[in-house]
Design a protein around this ligand. Structure first.
Ligand code: GAR
Length: 195
């Protein structure tokens, strides 16, 4: 089974969805590590309940991004992690992690990129009054939500919907799209290895 790491900073509903899909046997992976930059985040409780090993850290306790990323890379390599999936990790990935896992880091973002990159994409789309938004899964590069797009799914924003309604609709799509994309990527990776 391919070992993967999930990175998160918040509630962790995507972590939960991926872990449930792994447990159900529909995602061919082992979640070897959860990396979290907020030790108090709810996702840490989920990881404990799900039995996922977790590494949490406080960025401020390190000299630099380079320093904490070097420690993350060490943890990932010790756990045998081959792919990283960001699931609400609210931090730009720096050169140390990118060099160690080039083309092996994937992110999910709650908009149809390149529209509404960065923070609060759902709020940005809602405030702009767009009638269609959605979810993007993409490879991570040095930019903010800029790497090659792997898949997207759209969500209609009908009049009368609140920001909360939009968030619920987007998250519902995330929870099925992300496990599906992970399965596709890992299956392709396996096929390449056995060729
Ligand atoms: C998700 O909607 C994810 O797309 C978003 O954070 C949320 C995390 O929710 N990510 C970004 O905005 C990244 N730029 P969760 O903690 O419940 O999975």
């Amino acid at each position: 089974m391919t070992k993967i790491a999930l990175f998160a900073s918040g509630s962790g509903s995507n972590v939960q969805a991926i872990a449930e899909a792994v447990a159900a046997g529909s995602v061919p992976a082992e979640i070897a590590l959860l990396v979290c930059d907020k030790p108090d985040a709810y996702v840490m409780k989920r990881a404990e309940a799900l039995g996922i090993p977790a590494f949490s850290f406080q960025p401020k306790q390190y000299e630099s991004k380079q320093a904490f990323e070097a420690e993350i890379v060490e943890q990932l390599q010790t756990s045998g992690v081959e792919f990283i999936f960001l699931a609400g990790y609210m931090r730009l990935i720096g050169p140390v992690l990118l060099a160690a896992y080039r083309n092996r880091i994937v992110n999910i973002h709650p908009s149809l990129l390149p529209a509404f990159p960065g923070k609060d994409a759902i709020g940005q789309a809602f405030d702009a009054g767009v009638k269609v938004s959605g979810v993007t899964v993409h490879f991570v590069d040095e930019g903010m939500d800029t790497g090659p797009i792997i898949d997207q799914e759209c969500v209609r924003i009908d009049s009368g919907m609140t920001r909360d309604d939009v968030q619920k609709a987007i998250q519902k799509i995330e929870h099925s799209l992300y496990p599906n994309v992970i399965t596709k990527l890992l299956t392709e990776h396996r096929e390449e290895q056995t060729r």
